[in-house]
Design a protein around this ligand. Structure first.
Ligand code: GLN
Length: 552
């Protein structure tokens, strides 16, 4: 029977609950346990697939094609366990299913209510991960304790704890201990209040993970312990880590969180070794290069819009013994010749995925710059489609070439809708989604990067390269180096006369792990380092992400 750890958050959002839940997953896995992470989101969207990344951060895609919350990315990166459709539920998806049942008449005329119908359904969703092979399910609840929309989630957790017994369920609450500059004091009251909020709904936390900018001394820890009714060894300090979020598991281990949890849930215990992870942290001290990458994107209000791409670049840089500085550059600005000059600053240019025509012309200009100036270029999904359009316009001289997504009437639709997509009416969950195999052409740059001819990558798109243009493109110097095994779909393009120019229809960023960086990113960063003037100039590790959005 599986044990359950429920992760809640208090005081403010953005405390890094996802990172804490992922780090916990890793620790328990290293204790020899089988772990599954899950995210429960209280908003009413059925899934994040149709939500704007500018508001909610990137949409993460799993192997089975679930469009999910970005926290699943943290879980996969920490634990290496592939997430699936049972890893993320939203209030919207639960209401949707319950109301569909009501419409079908499944409730036989009974009154349908939040308690018990919605709570029972949510319980099934949480328990869907329970199995003989899974030792621990870690379910993280989005939002903050006290949110009206999160109430039925907490009620469900309380019921599960009651039914399964407290020896099988524990609650870990992530909270904030603010520091007041004026009085130079650490304040525990907000944490006391958020624990009180939990108690109001019948939940007593077993562990408090305290996010703080200052060290919490024994006195503060004892105070939190006494007032929040949590043993002092379960008051865990999580001070802001300076260099990498992958230091968080070690912060937990130093405070014996592994022992406390396994003991509390009566689980077997093996001392976690984290060999690869220790090497990773050590490698932060041994960088001897520095590289600067520009991501030319349109979702610039939130750096989390490009979370997995940023992570992948950082993993790849470290694997190349390099620091990386990443600028998120508004693609619309690149339509302006003066603003475009910023592109000269980058050792490598990356055009990410996206939807809709805003900023596309700026992306095309950025591709052109990278192609003509021989700057290493990685185009992902829409980025690959832009590389195709730019090539059609400026190399093949098809001046109105476009994707039918942006100009349905173009005479040269080099990117067009997949046949099966033409009938689609609803936008949610209907793209080409999830993992598909891809064959790679021998001798190509892609084969060199992957060191394999058969790969599997995750997709999320409706449009594709239009094969009518295949021959012309090849004649003009494009290499189609990756394709679906039935050869119907183009998955990777590259350029012959360029040091490193690759576009892929899939999203490699979803499969990069800190201890197993993605080969395409690794190769892209390697090429960018080669192109860089900064080689070995900076020995200190810097991992900066700057948003170039102009301040109004
Ligand atoms: N909008 C493009 C499509 O639907 C690209 C999607 C993406 O970049 N994820 O095909």
């Amino acid at each position: 029977m599986s044990k359950f750890i429920f992760v809640t958050g208090g005081v403010v959002s953005s405390l890094g609950k996802g990172i804490a839940a992922g780090a916990l997953g890793l620790i328990l896995k290293e204790c020899g346990l089988t772990v599954r992470n899950q995210k429960l989101d209280p908003y009413l969207n059925v899934d994040p697939g149709t939500m704007s990344p500018s508001q909610h951060g990137e949409v993460f895609v799993t192997d089975d094609g679930t469009e999910a919350d970005l926290d699943l990315g943290h879980y996969e990166r920490f634990t290496g366990v592939p997430a699936n459709k049972y890893s993320n539920f939203t209030a919207g998806s639960i209401y949707f299913d319950v109301l569909s049942k009501e419409r079908r008449g499944d409730y036989l005329g009974r009154t349908v209510q939040i308690v018990p119908h919605i709570t029972d359904y949510l319980k099934q969703c949480i328990l869907s991960l329970e199995s003989d092979d899974v030792d621990v399910v870690i379910s993280e609840i989005g939002g903050t304790v006290g949110d009206i929309e999160g109430l039925f989630f907490l009620e469900t957790l309380r019921q599960i704890a009651f039914e399964k017994g407290r020896e099988n369920v524990m609650f870990l609450h992530v909270t904030l201990i603010p520091h007041l500059n004026s009085s130079d004091e650490i304040k525990t009251k907000p944490t006391q209040h958020s624990v009180q909020k939990l108690r109001e709904v019948g939940i007593s936390p077993d562990v408090l993970v305290c996010r703080t900018v200052r060290h919490l001394d024994d006195q503060v820890k004892s105070k939190i312990s006494l007032f929040c009714n949590v043993p002092v060894e379960a008051v865990i300090e999580e001070k802001d880590v300076e260099r990498s979020i992958y230091e968080v598991p070690f912060v937990f281990l130093e405070q014996n969180l592994d022992k406390f949890i396994t003991n509390r849930l009566n689980l077997k215990y093996k001392k976690p070794k984290l060999v690869e992870w220790k090497k990773l942290i050590k490698s932060l001290d041994h960088v001897n290069k520095h590289v600067k990458i520009g991501i030319i994107g349109k979702y610039i209000d939130l750096n989390d819009s490009y979370k997995s791409i940023i992570e992948s670049l950082q993993h790849a840089a470290l694997a190349n013994k390099s620091s990386v500085e990443i600028d998120i550059v508004p693609s619309e600005d690149m339509e302006n010749e003066t603003k475009r000059k910023v592109l000269k600053e980058y050792d490598g240019i990356l055009v990410p995925g996206g939807f809709g025509d805003r900023g596309v012309e700026g992306k095309l200009e950025s591709v052109r710059f990278a192609r003509e100036k021989k700057i290493p270029f990685l185009g992902i999904c829409l980025g690959m489609q832009c590389a195709t359009i730019e090539f059609a316009r400026n190399v093949c001289k098809l001046s109105d070439a476009n994707s039918t997504e942006f100009n349905p009437k173009t005479e040269h639709p080099v990117i067009s809708l997949l046949e099966e997509q033409k009938k689609v009416v609803n936008l949610g969950g209907t793209m080409r989604l999830g993992a598909y195999p891809c064959s790679i052409q021998k001798g190509s740059k892609a084969s060199e990067a992957y060191n394999s001819l058969n790969i599997s990558e995750r997709h999320r798109h409706r449009y594709e390269f239009n094969d009518e243009f295949h021959e012309l493109f090849v004649k003009k110097g494009m290499v189609f180096s990756g394709y679906s095994p039935d050869k119907n779909l183009i998955e990777i393009i590259e350029l012959k006369d360029h040091p490193w120019f690759i576009g892929c229809q899939f999203h490699p960023e979803f499969k990069s792990r800190p201890i197993a960086p993605h080969p395409l990113f690794k190769s892209f960063i390697k090429a960018s380092i080669k192109n860089s003037s900064n080689v070995s100039s900076k020995k200190k590790f810097v991992n900066k992400v700057k948003n170039k959005k102009s301040k109004k």
